[in-house]
Design a protein around this ligand. Structure first.
Ligand code: KIV
Length: 266
């Protein structure tokens, strides 16, 4: 398919100064709809732990669950680059463990790249993955798998020391061969500086307008998940309300014996 988005397309977008569009998806139907709408990159995020499984954090999500979601999304996606999130403790133990699990995402999930959270300390792992042909996306700033270490859903990189750390981590990930980096919940100015210092694109979420692309959790953008009121989310639809109304109308029609009608019966 000649309009297929590949890692090289994502890299080219930066040099051509064309913004990268990205969204999460967790199943076939949303994968299909989001792909048809023309998004460049679809991330099967471990945020499925929050929005699909109802966990408080992403920590309980397993490799098996992520492979199931990735495989489901893949069946609906033709054009977008498909990236799978590696869940907590699926790449942190040893390099062998990380390579084994990343390989599973590519073979069993049909992912085209994987995403890992963390900076310098995971760069040897990133390098090995890239060397064997597994494209890697980094993730810096607020990294949800470290929520307990951070002590909550806080903005990262507000003080100079932490900002310097994130900048250094971004360069290290680039040197290790990552093809892009998600910057989550960091001040806009820091995201701008990092984006300007890198050859690879940054994809922002709560990181201001100067990243090379933007990503959101699809359920947030669509108004399906309203448990968290996040400043950086722009809600483009209110599907949660639509679902409640549709289901209430359905119940009403059954109770009043107006569903099914003759036309809806055999
Ligand atoms: O899991 C996720 O959805 C993410 C984000 C970047 C949106 O990591």
């Amino acid at each position: 398919m000649d309009n297929k988005i590949r890692v090289s397309t994502i890299l080219r977008r930066k040099s051509e100064e064309v913004k990268i569009t990205a969204l999460t998806a967790y199943d076939y139907t949303f994968g299909y709809l989001i792909d048809e709408a023309g998004v460049d990159l679809i991330l099967v995020g471990d945020s499925c732990g929050n929005v699909c499984a109802g966990y408080e954090t992403t920590l309980p999500v397993t490799v098996e669950e992520m492979i199931y979601h990735t495989r489901s999304v893949k069946r609906g996606v033709k054009r977008a680059l498909l990236v799978a999130d590696m869940p907590f403790m699926s790449y942190q133990e040893t390099i062998e463990q990380a390579l084994h699990n990343a390989g599973r995402f590519m073979k069993e999930g049909s992912a085209e790249a994987v995403k890992l959270e963390g900076g310098e300390h995971i760069c040897t792992t990133v390098r090995r993955m890239v060397d064997i042909g597994i494209p890697v996306m980094g993730h810096l700033g607020f990294t949800p798998q470290s929520v307990h270490e951070f002590g909550g859903y806080k903005i990262r990189g507000k003080d100079e020391k932490e900002a310097a750390r994130i900048k250094q981590d971004a360069l290290a990930l680039q040197d290790a061969g990552a093809f892009s980096i998600v910057l989550e919940k960091v001040p806009s100015l820091l995201a701008k500086e990092i984006s300007e210092s890198l050859k690879i694109p940054t994809i922002g979420i709560g990181a201001g307008p100067d990243c090379d692309g933007q990503i959101l959790v699809s359920y947030d953008l669509l108004g399906l998940y309203d448990k968290m009121n996040l400043k950086f989310v722009r809600r483009y639809a209110n599907l949660g309300e639509e679902v409640r109304n549709a289901v209430a109308n359905y119940c009403h029609d059954i109770k009043n014996n107006t569903f099914p009608s003759d036309k809806e019966s055999y």
